[in-house]
Design a protein around this ligand. Structure first.
Ligand SMILES: *Cc1c(COP(=O)(O)O)cnc(C)c1O
Length: 371
């Protein structure tokens, strides 16, 4: 038998949120609420559903537009990018892999932070790359100064990428305005690397000192942004991700993409979703209200809650959460344990509708009261 590549043999695939149907089957319960994948509890905009209804008849049997012309046009018009500065993909997940495919060879390295979003690291391993993790600070915050020192002192030609989720999932850590400026300055000193800032939760950010990366795109060609329509736009099931950057830098990514990776219905849905900014506003408001609610309820239970800039809350149970997670499942609540991040005492909870948030708090209360 042909040997599996060593990096693939030891690859641990991405752990997705436990599906509702699976939980219903395993525990023999009907009512199951999933707050485990940071999905939009409002669903997509009503405009998306009516656009899809029409498109179903017209588009299902046709190959999609490989260039995503309409989607690019809408996005560029709304956010002020040139269409050449955009590549759409089958979720930002696909775009992460394509970046690595376009720029790396087996044995190269990517640099990221400990506890930063794991999908990029998994993709790196799948491409036979090494990942170097910069240690984080106490309280799960990014140590940007340590990263800058690494760029200045320890960077080698084998290192190709820096990947940062801003804000991060699952820890909620974010890079401040000053840190972003310092990081970009350091990156500008070396042109032989690409800095990827993953802004999956950009719409939810509230911190006054949050470091927006977009303004550096003009002066820093080796900076690219990843965005997604999976969260605030509620299109996680259709898979629409966006890569934004210098046309020369992102062109190789477009080249290695399979031409039809963004399907026709996803493109229609994307355009419709972009035409309804009010739905995004409503979704963000709901997330903020949910975070306030969880903050106060979880703190009342004596639990440590981490500050969040996303649509999720991270809290510390003070002990290994495996048993708690299991008991919550029995009560029909799917949350997200973070064992795969080595954070054994923490649970991540996605903000839902207020009704589901109340259900979650009541279930957590009951389970923790049992000890
Ligand atoms: C959810 C999430 C994404 C989005 O991934 P898609 O493939 O676009 O659905 C990307 N990055 C982070 C940090 C996320 O949490």
């Amino acid at each position: 038998m042909l040997e599996v590549a060593p990096k693939i043999k030891t690859l641990v695939p991405y752990v997705t949120g436990k599906p509702i149907e699976e939980t219903q089957r395993e525990y023999g319960i009907k009512k199951v609420i999933k707050l485990a994948s940071n999905e939009n509890p409002l669903g997509a905009s009503p405009k998306v559903y009516s656009a899809l209804k029409k498109a179903l008849k017209q588009k299902l049997h046709l190959y999609p537009d490989g260039a995503c012309f309409e989607l690019k046009k809408s996005y560029s018009k709304i956010f002020g990018f040139k269409t050449e500065e955009l590549v759409f993909g089958n979720g930002s997940d696909e775009l992460m892999g394509l970046l690595l495919q376009a720029y790396c060879q087996p044995g190269d390295s990517v640099v990221t932070f400990q506890n930063s979003f794991v999908a990029f690291k998994i993709s790196a391993q799948a491409h036979c790359l090494n990942t170097f993790e910069i240690k984080i600070k106490g309280d799960l915050q990014y140590d940007v100064e340590a990263l800058i020192l690494f760029i200045k002192n320890d960077w080698t030609p084998k290192h190709k990428f820096i990947y940062l989720a801003n804000p991060n999932n699952p820890t909620g850590a974010y890079i401040t305005r000053e840190q972003m400026k310092a990081l970009v300055d350091a990156v500008l000193l070396r042109r032989d690397l690409i800095l990827v800032i993953d802004e999956a939760y950009l719409e939810f950010v509230r911190a006054n000192d949050y470091g927006y990366a977009e303004k550096f795109l003009k002066t820093c060609p080796n900076l690219v942004l990843l965005r997604t329509m999976s969260k605030a736009y509620g299109l996680a099931g259709l898979r629409v991700g966006i890569l934004i950057g210098n046309p020369q830098v992102i062109e190789p990514v477009a080249k290695v993409r399979t031409p039809f990776s963004v399907n026709g219905l996803a493109q229609v849905a994307g355009v419709a979703a972009l035409s309804d900014p009010n739905h995004v506003k409503k979704s963000v408001k709901l997330a903020w209200a949910g975070i306030e609610y969880y903050n106060s309820e979880l703190k009342k239970m004596g639990l440590k809650v981490y500050p969040s800039q996303g649509n999720f809350v991270l809290f510390d149970c003070g002990r290994d959460v495996s048993g708690i997670f299991e008991s919550l499942l029995k009560r029909g609540l799917i949350l997200r344990p973070l064992k795969n991040y080595g954070l054994n005492n923490l649970i991540r909870l996605s903000v839902g509708t207020m009704k589901n948030n109340k259900f979650a708090i009541s279930a957590i209360k009951k389970v923790l009261a049992k000890g």
